[in-house]
Design a protein around this ligand. Structure first.
Ligand code: HEC
Length: 134
C-alpha cells in the first residue's frame, strides 16, 4: 500500500514537472532573442569624449558654471562672460572664439581639450554663452 502511494506520488511529481517544463519552454522558444535593455543615458556627471546630446546650457552648467556662475567669474572678477565685455576686452564675438579660450585658456581657467568636450559640444557652449550673458 505504502509503496503504491510513493509510486503514485513519483508519477505525479514527474508528470507535473513535465508539464511545467513544457509550459516554460515553449514561450521562451517563440520569444525574440533576449533584448538587452537599452542603456539609460547616464547623468552628465562624467566628461564625455563625444557629442553628448546635452544643450549648451546643460554643458555650461556642467563645465563652466563653477567658476562662471551666471556668466560671472569667481576667480578673475573682471573677466566675466558678458558678450559686450568680452568683445571689447578680448575680441570674443563668435562661438569659435569661446571654443578657442576653452582649448587654450588664460591663467586660472582649466583647459578643456577635445577629449573632454567635443568640438560640437564646445560650440554649443559658445553659442549659449554669447546668447545668454549680455
Ligand atoms: C576653474 C575655473 C574656471 C572654469 C571651470 C572655467 N573658467 Fe573660463 N575663465 C576662468 C578664469 C580665471 C578666466 C580669466 C582668464 C584670464 O585671465 O585670461 C576665464 C576666462 C574665460 C573666458 C575669457 C573671458 C575674457 O574676457 O577674456 C571665456 C570665454 C571663458 N572663460 C569661458 C569658459 C567656458 C566656456 C568654460 C566652460 C567650458 C569655462 N570658462 C570654465 C576660470 C574658469
Amino acid at each position: 500500500m505504502q509503496k503504491r502511494i510513493v509510486v503514485t506520488l513519483a508519477i505525479l511529481a514527474f508528470s507535473a514537472s513535465g508539464i511545467t517544463g513544457c509550459k516554460k519552454e515553449s514561450p521562451e522558444k517563440t520569444e525574440a532573442p533576449q533584448t538587452v535593455p537599452a542603456p539609460v543615458t547616464p547623468a552628465p556627471a562624467t566628461p564625455a569624449p563625444s557629442e553628448t546630446g546635452l544643450t549648451g546650457e546643460q554643458l555650461y552648467k556642467q563645465y563652466c558654471a563653477v567658476c562662471h556662475p551666471n556668466g560671472g567669474n569667481t576667480i578673475t572678477p573682471q573677466k566675466t562672460l558678458g558678450a559686450k565685455g568680452m568683445a571689447e576686452r578680448s575680441k570674443i564675438t563668435k562661438p569659435e572664439d569661446i571654443v578657442r579660450v576653452m582649448r587654450n585658456p588664460g591663467p586660472g581657467m582649466n583647459k578643456f581639450d577635445e577629449a573632454t568636450i567635443s568640438e560640437g559640444d564646445a560650440k554649443k557652449i559658445g553659442e549659449y554663452v554669447l546668447a545668454t550673458f549680455p
